[in-house]
Design a protein around this ligand. Structure first.
Ligand SMILES: [Zn+2]
Length: 596
């Protein structure tokens, strides 16, 4: 619980926050991610022999750390720590300092364990300072994991050891042929001039360069959090060292829940899957899980498996327009499933949801073993779950897609009708003709899908995907005396009876409810309800106004709120657990509210 720290924006576990710092004589508002400049430490270091790397005495000096009001050091190694930990949630502090952080660098696993444990132990609306270990190489990773404050201690110490920080690591000044940097220090002198300075001045100049490089990195991270793509930047940055790469791999395999609790369900940016680590992203796993747990395919004679397209939503791509044209007269018998990396399988009805309509992958035709295995596992699981739904499986696939589908079919002992020859383009005239002919043979008579069916299936599937199975059917069910209809052009559909019930918001890939729509499905969306205090909210609901919130709620989830005086719908701006534990910050953006 904090008095002076407020999280304003999130990107997974990383946050942008506002912090009030009090120095000896002044109060200052600063933004996190923040790099503190340990000026007093620098002064002390300057009187120490530049080659002396033992700074323990300086670090342990009380004056070294200008602690802010309400700072608590986390004395994790102290025998009484468990007692402190129990008391933590009730303490009114603005930030915690992870003590002895330097031992985090002993192993990637310690690094993960101690930061994640610290973040889990302290309330979400309190900042976490990980002191004395930040470098330009690991800063993005630290913020990505949930640290809010770093400092330039390590950068300054490195400077005094003659070590020059680079964005991707560090190097001894003696090993450089030139200064590969344009900061104010490096552009003011040549490497020869720098080497010619006396030890004290040289150390101070390198330290300043190091601090500037670190500061630049903090600014970059801040931009990435605002853009909502810090993960992509971290995937790029960890390549700089085996240590950082190991940290990300451990986070992805062992701390899945930590990130799942903090990752938004939808965003209005694209997800770029450029590395093998992208396959392990929470967004990817969550989508794959929900296709299995929160999706019911419509009952159809044929399952048609299609390849993905670069353009999203798939329906708007030239290749899918051709597939749809080929099967149009028989679409009433067909259920379409799109095979893709890294999402696995995307049912046609879910092509608009995040991240199905929001991802990019490098397309080369080459799939490596891990990618094949992941996509195969998604297809295998889908078929196992839904095989009884279909009489026949047809696959219009070639290349790696065809190989994956073929091997899954063999595994499961099922027959698949392939409509493409090996290495034939799926959009070639011959392949499309073959698809059309095979489908006509298998279906015998024509049956088109009505426009209403296409739209209703999408709305139903999106409601199930967001709120859980069966909500979709309830939402579109015909009520006594009312006729449900759907208006709007793809994909901006609106569901109405006597008024609007829900609409698809393509910018986020979400289905947004109205109060009228929420009332229809109230009993089956208990996980997405938020109980508020006895007030009528306007604009937004702040965290202290929340009494109870569904545990499954994540940032950008569509939610229903209710209290003694009000009932309404809106979008979550933080996770449900965070709403309950925070005393500051916007919890819900209200869209519609009525007095009760
Ligand atoms: Zn520089």
């Amino acid at each position: 619980m904090s008095k002076f720290y407020e999280v304003r924006r999130r990107d997974g576990a990383a946050r942008i926050g506002k912090l009030l710092l009090t120095g000896r004589n002044r109060v200052q508002t600063v933004q996190t991610p923040l790099m503190l400049q340990v000026e007093s430490l620098r002064e002390k270091i300057e009187v120490i022999n530049a080659e002396d790397s033992n700074f323990d005495e300086v670090l342990s000096s009380e004056e070294t750390w200008i602690t802010s009001r309400g700072t608590v050091l986390l004395p994790e190694v102290h025998p009484l720590f468990t007692k402190v930990k129990e008391a933590i949630p009730s303490l009114f502090v603005d930030f915690f300092v992870l003590s002895f952080a330097s031992c985090l660098l002993n192993s990637p696993r310690d690094f993960v364990r101690r930061i994640v444990d610290a973040r889990n132990a302290i309330p979400p609306d309190v900042a976490l300072w990980v002191p004395a270990i930040a470098s330009a190489e690991n800063a993005a990773l630290l913020f990505f994991m949930g640290a809010d404050i770093i400092d330039d201690t390590n950068a300054v110490i490195k400077g005094h050891q003659g070590i020059y920080l680079l964005e991707e690591g560090n190097v001894r000044l003696s090993e450089l042929a030139d200064l590969p940097c344009n900061c104010s220090i490096c552009s003011s002198l040549s490497i020869e001039e720098l080497r010619g300075k006396d030890a004290k001045e040289r150390a101070s100049l390198i330290a300043k360069h190091n601090t500037l490089v670190l500061d630049k990195e903090v600014k970059k991270v801040k931009e990435r959090i605002i853009a909502g793509n810090l993960r992509e930047y971290v995937e790029l940055k960890v390549r700089a060292s085996t240590f950082s790469t190991a940290v990300l791999r451990i986070l992805d395999t062992e701390e899945e829940e930590y990130f799942e609790r903090r990752t938004p369900v939808a965003r209005n940016q694209r997800l770029e899957a450029n590395t093998m680590e992208s396959l392990k992203r929470v967004e990817v796993k969550r989508f794959a899980n929900r296709v299995l747990e929160r999706y019911e395919p419509p009952k159809r004679k044929i399952l048609l498996i299609l390849p993905c397209s670069a353009k999203k939503p798939y329906s708007e791509s030239p290749s899918h327009a051709k597939f749809i044209e080929a099967i149009e007269n028989y679409r009433g018998y067909i259920h379409e499933l799109i095979l893709t990396s890294p999402l696995g399988v995307v049912p046609r009805e879910l092509e608009m949801v995040y991240p199905a309509a929001f991802y990019d992958i490098p397309v080369t035709g080459y799939w490596d073993a891990e990618e094949r295995e992941w996509v195969s596992s998604c297809l295998r699981a889908y078929l196992k779950n839904n095989l009884r739904n279909y009489e026949l499986i047809v696959a219009h696939l070639s290349g790696a897609y065809k190989e994956i589908c073929g091997s899954v079919a063999t595994d499961l002992g099922i027959e698949v009708v392939f409509t493409c020859e090996n290495n034939e383009e799926v959009t070639s005239k011959e392949a499309l003709k073959r698809l059309k002919r095979r489908i006509a043979e298998l279906c015998v008579e024509r049956k088109r899908l009505s426009g209403f069916e296409v739209k209703a299936n999408m709305i139903k599937a999106m409601a199930d995907y967001q709120f859980g199975i069966s909500t979709g059917a309830e939402l579109i069910a015909r009520k006594e005396g009312e006729r449900v209809k759907i208006t709007g052009k793809f994909p901006s559909y609106k569901l109405l009876d006597s008024g609007i019930l829900a609409r698809i918001v393509p910018a986020y890939g979400l289905l947004a409810l109205t109060v009228k729509g929420a009332r229809r499905i109230l009993d089956s969306i208990s996980s997405y309800k938020v109980e508020i205090d006895d007030f009528v909210p306007k604009g937004s609901i702040l965290a202290p106004g929340v009494v109870n919130a569904g545990e499954q709620i994540r940032e950008n989830d569509e939610i229903v709120f209710f209290g003694v005086k009000a009932f309404g719908v809106g979008r979550a701006k933080m996770s449900g657990w965070e709403m309950e534990e925070s005393r500051k910050g916007v919890a819900i953006q209200v869209r519609e509210v009525v007095r009760v």
